[in-house]
Design a binder for this molecule. Structure first.
Ligand SMILES: CC(C)(COP(=O)(O)OP(=O)(O)OC[C@H]1O[C@@H](n2cnc3c(N)ncnc32)[C@H](O)[C@@H]1OP(=O)(O)O)[C@@H](O)C(=O)NCCC(=O)NCCS
Length: 150
């Protein structure tokens, strides 16, 4: 049992999310794109906190009857303690509450940790986008979770 809690996005977390994103992605969001994305009306973001420390975040776009996971990241010093699990569960629950029944995402072919995380939560590989990531030309694996009631 960890003491991590998941809370909805609030503007006061923008700096923390920007920092975690910078530490977590090959091509992180800029500060401006972070602010814009977090205020996108089709997006729902959550933050993982351990005490007062923001240790991770994740988001989903609600597009018609589909939920598209945009990004999930946990601060490198706080990985491996269950925050990723809790963020994915929270995003699935948000989609359920919105009446959405399927979710999808793209993940780098080399990102074994993230693929394992999503598989653990019922996502399955359904295709490949060749050279999807423009920075490294890496392929993107498309994953789906179809029946959120399970
Ligand atoms: C992927 C990421 C979010 C996982 O977060 P985390 O808090 O460390 O994950 P958790 O501790 O909750 O682990 C949950 C599950 O993820 C998988 N996982 C996490 N780290 C892993 C690793 N290093 N290797 C393999 N599987 C891993 C496992 O299935 C794990 O479940 P288990 O402990 O029962 O085996 C984190 O590594 C991260 O921020 N990576 C950089 C950003 C990123 O790649 N985001 C995804 C973009 S699509």
């Amino acid at each position: 049992m960890n003491n991590i809690v998941i809370v909805p996005f609030n503007e006061k977390y923008i700096d923390d999310i920007f920092k975690i994103s910078t530490m977590s992605f090959i091509t992180p969001w800029t500060r401006k794109s972070t602010e814009e994305e977090l205020q996108n009306k089709f997006a729902r973001y959550v933050v993982a906190k351990l005490g007062d420390v923001v240790i991770g975040f994740g988001g989903v776009w609600l597009i018609l009857d589909e939920g598209h996971i945009t990004n999930i990241a946990v601060h490198p010093e706080y990985r491996g303690i269950g925050a990723g699990d809790m963020i994915v569960e929270a995003l699935i629950e948000i989609c359920r509450l919105e009446g959405i029944n399927s979710m999808t995402l793209e993940v780098r072919k080399s990102n074994i940790a993230a693929q394992a995380l999503y598989k653990k939560h019922g996502f399955i590989e359904k295709g490949i986008r060749k050279g999807y990531y423009t920075d490294t030309k890496e392929d993107g694996i498309i994953m789906w979770k179809f029946d959120l009631s399970k």
